[in-house]
Design a protein around this ligand. Structure first.
Ligand SMILES: *Cc1c(COP(=O)(O)O)cnc(C)c1O
Length: 360
């Protein structure tokens, strides 16, 4: 995956701190000493590169359980880990066409419906599997009324999971009601490991820990909550160079649709990053970048390849090839996401293929 991306000369890149990923994993694991901590590495590890991240977690933190959505992701992960030992769960469940992939790469489905469970039973009656119980999110997982029928198939259920709809708000009453419904349903699967916590549940206290934690976003430096969480270390820094400078007279405008008009002599720095690289268009005239330790607001539209910054007020005027940071240690990803009407999840997973992934 990331190995196949082309490097662009003087284009945008994202620095990815693998030590910080490991530190976040350890921080989560320390929340729940009695439980196992897994890593959710779906969607190319939230855009940051599944192979290097999964390898770092396996080698440095002895992480041995991973979650992806598609069996193809699971196959790539098995190959990247080069180990038969890791347990790789696939949230998406099996189709008749994908059964050979599950078999060949020893992938463990989390069965979502009676149909999936019946299909699995016909082909692999004894292979260990997970069951996903829907406790009110109404997205994926077995309807509560189907749970006993799935249990009666007599599959080798080693893990029974559910997913919280409102983990972004720890005080939301739905968390407690989902937990109660989940506990009741798990009586059908005695001996199975229990798991309801994504990053939010993992950071919400022991009520949600059970046997297996499934954090994603917190590993990658993003908060799962509607406010920032300083327990989580920043992981990714989106950076790009200044490629042109321009001085404007009052009345001149910047960019598509001329949405920024200079009201004073204004200095503009053009940066090699745009919405084609995953930077949101909604950051236009709202978000900022950090450049030489100072903050500069975005002036005008975000275009496909370029962003223009108003650097007039900077004490250190930037020069060609200076580096602007759009989120990272100097500019919390949570604040940037908020300014753009987004959350860290979509900022990270939206990073484009042209953004070079660099590992520290
Ligand atoms: C994506 C996902 C997770 C991880 O969620 P985060 O909020 O990123 O920690 C856990 N469980 C399920 C079912 C998921 O889809």
């Amino acid at each position: 995956m990331s190995e196949e991306r082309n490097t662009i000369s003087r284009g945008p890149w994202v620095d990815i701190d693998l030590n910080a990923v490991c530190a976040n994993f350890a921080m989560i694991r320390n929340q729940a000493p009695g439980a196992e901590t897994a890593a959710v590495v779906k969607c190319d590890a939230y855009g940051l590169g599944m192979a290097p991240i999964a390898r770092a977690l396996a080698e440095r933190e002895q992480c041995s359980t991973f979650f992806v959505v598609y069996p193809e992701e699971g196959a790539a992960l098995r190959t990247a880990l080069n180990s038969a030992d890791a347990t790789i769960y696939v949230f998406g469940g099996p189709l008749s066409e994908t059964l050979p992939l599950f078999d060949r790469f020893s992938l463990t489905p989390t069965l979502n419906t009676l149909e999936e469970a019946t299909l699995w039973k016909q082909h692999f009656p004894n292979t260990p599997i997970g069951v996903h119980i829907d406790t009110g999110m109404n997205r994926r997982g077995a309807h509560i009324n189907d749970v006993s029928a799935i249990a009666n198939l007599g599959l080798n259920v080693v893990m029974a999971m559910s997913h919280l709809a409102c983990a972004s708000e720890p005080d939301h009453p739905m968390n407690q009601s989902q937990r109660a419904m989940y506990l009741d349903a798990t009586n059908h699967f005695p001996g199975a490991k229990l798991s309801i916590a994504s990053s939010g549940g993992a950071l919400m206290g022991s009520d949600y820990h059970f046997d297996l934690l499934r954090p994603g976003i917190a590993l990658y430096g993003g908060t799962p909550f509607t406010k920032d969480d300083k327990r989580i270390a920043p992981v990714a820094a989106l950076r790009a160079p200044v490629v042109q400078m321009r001085d404007l007279a009052p009345g001149e405008t910047v960019g598509y649709s001329a949405t920024f008009t200079a009201t004073r002599p204004t200095r503009i720095a053009t940066i090699a990053l745009g919405y084609g690289d995953g930077y949101p268009r909604s950051g236009a005239n709202r978000a900022c970048a950090s450049i030489n330790g100072e903050r500069a607001p975005i002036a005008g539209a975000v275009s496909m390849d370029f962003i223009t910054l108003d650097v007039t007020d900077l004490k250190n005027p930037p020069k060609l090839n200076d580096i602007a940071e759009f989120f990272g240690p100097n500019l919390p990803i949570f604040d940037v996401a908020q300014n753009c009407g987004m959350v860290p999840y979509d900022l990270l997973t939206g990073l484009g293929a042209r953004v070079d992934r660099r590992y520290l």
